[in-house]
Design a protein around this ligand. Structure first.
Ligand SMILES: [Ca+2]
Length: 191
């Protein structure tokens, strides 16, 4: 009898443990604006409700040259978000459209896919933000599970893009010092 109780307690602990892990797993759209290549500071102006932003603490003395934006995603519907940033210098910054960082243990980043479509920019020029031109204008990296253009689901037209933390899509955009740049986009988590 005692063994049975111990067994039940163990199962209960395991169930609670896995539920907590699933909740901790982020389902966040993430777009970074990275000015490190040209030593450009990226400054916060505003973001739509529910959004969060931080500088890139892991870059230490360059932390103000990269800004991270996060927005909670749904896996059943497309959501729209926007944020505005400015820079301290003229030049190019890199927009990195990616998925959330989640260390599943031993430094291995979990593949959490995120879909994006209809990305537009006011105050700078972005090419092929609707992905109707495939990957034209965008670059990517990452050999395992690479980012790709998908035809289902999409928000508009025939294509969207599917990315995760270790395989984002990126594009350099040209900015002017102190000029606000507004980024608007649609996003959805993958089940
Ligand atoms: Ca599209």
């Amino acid at each position: 009898m005692r063994t049975l109780w111990l067994g039940l307690v163990c199962v209960a602990v395991m169930l609670v443990g896995s539920a907590v892990r699933a909740e901790d797993e982020p389902r966040q759209a993430r777009i970074d604006i990275d000015g490190t290549e040209n030593g450009i500071d990226v400054q916060e102006v505003s973001q739509s409700e529910g959004g969060s932003t931080n500088n890139a603490e892991w870059l230490n003395d360059k932390k103000d040259q990269r800004r991270v934006y996060g927005f909670e995603a749904s896996n059943t519907e497309w959501k729209k978000a926007e944020f505005t940033f400015k820079t301290n210098k003229d030049g190019t910054v890199r927009m990195c459209v990616m998925g959330p960082w989640f260390d599943q243990g031993g430094g291995k980043i979990k593949t959490i896919w995120m879909l994006y479509d209809d990305i537009s920019v006011d105050g700078a020029t972005l090419k092929n933000g609707d992905f109707e031109g495939g990957m034209d204008g965008w670059s990517t990296y990452g050999e395992d599970n690479p980012a790709k253009v998908v035809t289902e689901p999409v928000h508009g037209g025939k294509n969207a893009v599917k990315v995760w933390h270790n395989s984002p899509v990126q594009q350099d955009i040209t900015v002017k010092a102190n000029q606000p740049v507004k980024v608007t986009f649609w996003f959805k988590a993958v089940e």
